[in-house]
Write a protein that binds this ligand. Structure first.
Ligand SMILES: NC(=O)c1ccc[n+]([C@@H]2O[C@H](COP(=O)([O-])OP(=O)(O)OC[C@H]3O[C@@H](n4cnc5c(N)ncnc54)[C@H](O)[C@@H]3O)[C@@H](O)[C@H]2O)c1
Length: 322
């Protein structure tokens, strides 16, 4: 068995590669390095530099490495950018996926795992989001993830590929400082960034219908998320057929205010946050029901928000000082 990990030099991809290789799965990474860092990959994992949208390259890599399953993480992931550049997002996240699935079907590969996102749900008015909660994405990014799921399931049915779509909630932390997310797109690095600049963290809106008025999210440690990929890959290796779409979260809500207070404790910089206006499109609450992942994958998150903040802070200091 060999798994191809597209986007394998990325933040999540490198964690997945490490977890799978650590569990003695054979893996090969494919990354165009548009956002990836080769040094994140442990020694012994081959890295093919190139695009997961290049049909000739895909054909060669799938054959040369005798690939039997694909974990597809390579994608554009910035919500704001997707609003400004929707055609690019559809082209890369949906068009690129179609190219990859054609190569997978052509090569007779029967296992496919897709990185989806809680962004497919949009802003549902429920306490816990189950996989049956209706999807209504609020950005072109979320739309491309939902369309990607449809495409994965349709290609799976047409070509006899067993598929799993993992809907990640808010990914944070690092298994080691050098694997940390270097982008400043999510709340934890955004707060670190402010503190490093000697500025108070910003909180967008404190008048939401939540216990402390700030938005509530479900944070998941990237090492736990990587483990979920391993469990999903094992399910496919064990002969699972059909498709499975599953939330990957902890089922626990943490408010932005609680998170900022925890970051203050961990960093030792406890300055009070600056409350600004709401950002358009932010849901008051987005927390996963995590039951299906436990039942279907035998997976539950182990690490808490403190471990996420501590490991993210160690990574931030390595990459940015502070
Ligand atoms: N980070 C999150 O909070 C989060 C949440 C939900 C879903 N996701 C999804 O998880 C996946 C990985 O996200 P990440 O946070 O690791 O992002 P990332 O940008 O660190 O990783 C993506 C990797 O894919 C590579 N890549 C992009 N386009 C490519 C192409 N055409 N060919 C080959 N490589 C290409 C990039 O160089 C990068 O290494 C994405 O699909 C993203 O949408 C992420």
């Amino acid at each position: 068995m060999t798994w191809l990990i597209t986007g394998g030099a990325g933040y999540i991809g490198a964690h997945v590669a490490r977890a799978m290789a650590g569990a003695r799965e054979r893996v090969v990474a494919l990354d165009d390095l548009s956002a990836g860092v080769p040094a994140r990959l442990p020694e012994g994992i081959p890295l093919v530099r190139g695009s997961a949208q290049d049909p000739e390259l895909l054909k060669r890599v799938l054959a040369e490495h005798s690939v039997t399953g694909v974990v597809h993480l390579a994608a554009r992931k910035q919500v704001g950018e997707s609003v400004a550049q929707p055609t690019r997002y559809y082209q890369e996240n949906v068009g690129g996926l179609a190219t990859l699935l054609e190569a997978v079907a052509e090569a007779g590969i029967e296992r496919f795992l897709f990185s989806s996102s809680a962004a497919v749900y949009g802003n549902p008015d429920v306490d816990l989001i189950t996989e049956d909660t209706p999807c209504a994405p609020m950005s072109p990014y979320g739309e491309t993830k939902l369309a990607g799921e449809w495409l994965v399931r349709a290609a799976g049915r047409a070509h006899g590929i067993a598929t799993v779509c993992l809907r990640y909630f808010n990914v944070a932390g690092a298994a080691a400082p050098e694997l940390a997310d270097t982008g400043v797109f999510n709340v934890i690095p955004m707060v670190f960034d402010r503190l490093t600049r000697d500025q108070a963290p910003r909180v967008f809106g404190d008048d939401y219908p939540t216990p402390d008025g700030t938005c509530v999210r479900d944070y998941i440690h990237v090492a736990d998320l990587a483990e979920a990929h391993l469990m999903a890959a094992r399910r496919l290796d064990a002969g699972a057929t059909g498709d499975l779409t599953v939330n990957i979260g902890r089922g626990e809500g943490v408010s932005v205010r609680e998170l900022v207070a925890l970051i203050g404790e961990v960093s030792g910089d406890r300055r009070a946050p600056l409350v600004e206006g709401r950002r358009p499109g932010d849901a008051p609450r987005a927390v996963a029901s995590a039951g299906l992942a436990a039942r279907e994958l035998g997976w539950t998150a182990r690490l808490g928000v403190r471990e996420m903040v501590e490991s993210a802070w160690a990574g931030w200091r390595l990459h940015h000082g502070g």
